[in-house]
Design a protein around this ligand. Structure first.
Ligand SMILES: Nc1nc2c(c(=O)[nH]1)N[C@H]1C(S)=C(S)[C@@H](COP(=O)(O)O)O[C@H]1N2
Ligand SMILES: [Mo]
Length: 519
């Protein structure tokens, strides 16, 4: 026996947990930092999250969008991180007595991350480049784990733990080193993540529209506190997409390819688009996931080029009936060819409310198609348009139980009152918005409790592709709790059905109602 080494005690469980945690954290931090330095490469956590999004059953996604709205992505990332941290800590605790088991478990998690990166289709980089972060994560995690476990128990070369215990001093040293890796990786990841597109956007001055939108008519905005503004400011515009990290697509180097059943394939740069005569149109965009009364719609002025002009430049061949549009993160939508070539203002947009598209709304370019839900038309971070046939492909959501074609179901919403708002008896004024893009809103009616339908006052009409405000005053209001119900009629003479339809496969129907009080 060697009596000169200080006696070692067995490592406490928390030291095992710290070892497992630091192994995973340093690996992930290094992978994330390196991913941020590589253009268009997702971090290991994002790749795992992207897989989770792709494999999740549609009902779960619907639930997530409904419950968490735009916060669904941070929540998913948080879920992946917490799960990983727990697994790694458990592995570390077990690793005190069974180091091989712990190393095997961490290796397995690392391999899952590598596999997720290998099949991550959201990347714009090469396959080999995409694998670098997760392979580094795997290597760093294993190395840190093995060294730390070695300080907890003595390990022989076969990773078998020998009875002698905890080397506190060495543990602290290695733990500090691993923590430094976590900090450096984290800082690099933060500083360099999606920096290229932001810098590119900041340098852009959009030209004015050659064909400007007509001025907004007076009277589109009704004078009622709490009513949704007629034009939605960019920062309030709803966001729905599958991107965990906003794709980092600088305008320089961006290329839009238009190909397929065309006479002449086009490759257009951002500059090419800016040099075309641009048009501006106000269009209200709507998401299929909008619940009755929901907030997943917004109205903006979009600046860009009409798709019918782009497709005319390319020359569409006979037999085609669809365009398949693809984003930088490999999301796809299928849109009927006649819709993007008819008289409506379907456009390739580069500007939104006087600014270059915000990063979350598709910078540098996206599609906006009046009258269709976003999932079959509004491709953000657009890079490719293929003229094709519906029989030859399916868009992202169409492979997930949604229909291939999805015109917007016209609808209406009560903005005022909010649920259980109360009014003084002489000031019961209700208001909101109604939309029937490309057709137009003819009439909005309000019903109090089981009373008769009363006709609301409509705000001025901007164009048939935007929503319209409405307002109604209840003159002989009675005290108590009441329910207001709304229904709209479009310019084809159709009135909204009271029948409830769910989101899947092609959007909700039903009347919105709100409870309120009169005092
Ligand atoms: N690349 C990409 N584009 C996309 C999506 C997406 O997931 N990825 N979602 C679509 C859906 S479902 C809608 S409703 C609109 C929403 O656009 P917004 O986020 O700018 O409001 O974008 C569409 N474009
Ligand atoms: Mo959507």
């Amino acid at each position: 026996m060697n009596t000169t080494t200080p006696a070692r005690t067995a490592a406490p469980w928390w030291a095992g947990a710290v070892a497992g945690f630091l192994a995973a954290a340093s690996g992930v931090a290094v992978g994330t930092g390196v991913a941020a330095l590589l253009q268009g490469v997702p971090s290991p956590i994002e790749s795992v999250g992207n897989r989770a999004i792709d494999y999740a059953p549609p009902f779960l996604k619907e639930f997530a969008v409904k419950q968490f709205g735009t916060a669904d992505k941070p929540i998913l990332i948080g879920g992946v991180v917490v799960t990983l941290a727990i697994l790694a800590m458990v592995a570390g605790v077990i690793g005190r007595s069974k180091p091989r088991l712990a190393v095997g478990a961490v290796a397995l998690i690392g391999v899952i991350a590598v596999a997720a990166a290998a099949i991550d289709r959201t990347t714009t980089a090469s396959r080999a480049l995409t694998l670098i972060p997760s392979v580094l994560t795997l290597a760093v995690s294993l190395a840190v784990l093995i060294v730390l476990l070695g300080t907890l128990t003595q390990l022989n070369r076969k990773l078998e733990s020998l009875p002698a215990g905890f080397d506190r001093r060495k543990f602290l040293k290695v733990a500090l080193g691993a923590s430094a890796l976590v900090v450096v990786g984290g800082v690099v990841g933060r500083v360099y993540g999606s920096a290229a597109a932001a810098a590119s956007r900041a340098g852009i001055r959009l030209p004015g529209a050659a064909i400007a939108a007509p001025p907004i008519p007076a009277g589109v905005q009704l004078d009622l506190k709490g009513i949704t503004p007629f034009v939605t400011p960019n920062r309030d515009f709803y966001r729905v997409d599958t991107a965990l990290r906003v794709p980092d697509v600088p305008a320089e180097g961006w290329n839009l390819r238009i190909h397929g059943m065309v006479d002449k394939e086009l490759n257009l740069s951002y500059r090419d688009i800016m040099n075309m005569p641009l048009v501006e149109n106000r269009i209200t965009l709507t998401c299929v996931s909008n619940e009755v009364g929901g907030r997943y719609l917004g109205n903006a002025a979009w600046l860009g080029v009409l798709t019918k002009d782009l497709l005319e430049m390319a020359g569409v061949q006979s037999g085609a009936d669809a365009i398949k549009s693809t984003s930088a993160d490999r999301w796809t939508a299928g849109t009927p060819l006649d819709v993007v070539t008819d008289e409506r203002n379907a456009m390739l947009a580069i500007g939104m409310n006087g600014e270059p598209l915000p990063l979350e709304h598709g910078f540098p370019a996206r599609l906006v198609v009046p009258g269709l839900y976003g999932f079959v038309s509004a491709t953000k971070w657009l890079v490719d348009i293929e003229v094709t046939r519906f029989s030859d492909f399916k868009g992202y959501w169409t492979t997930r139980d949604y229909t291939a074609e999805a015109p917007i179901k016209f609808s209406s919403r009560i903005d005022v009152p909010k649920s259980f708002q109360s009014f003084p008896r002489d000031k019961v004024r209700l208001g909101g918005v109604a939309w029937a893009q490309t057709v137009g809103i003819e009439q909005v009616e309000i019903k109090i409790d089981d009373g008769p339908w009363e006709i609301a006052t409509l705000g001025a009409e901007d164009n048939l592709e935007t929503w319209r405000q409405w307002m109604w005053q209840w003159d002989d209001a009675t005290e108590g709790t009441h329910k207001a119900t709304i229904r709209a009629t479009n310019k084809n003479g159709k009135t909204q059905t009271s029948e409830r339809a769910r989101i899947r496969p092609n959007g909700t129907t039903g009347w919105h109602s709100v409870q309120f009080r009169v005092e």
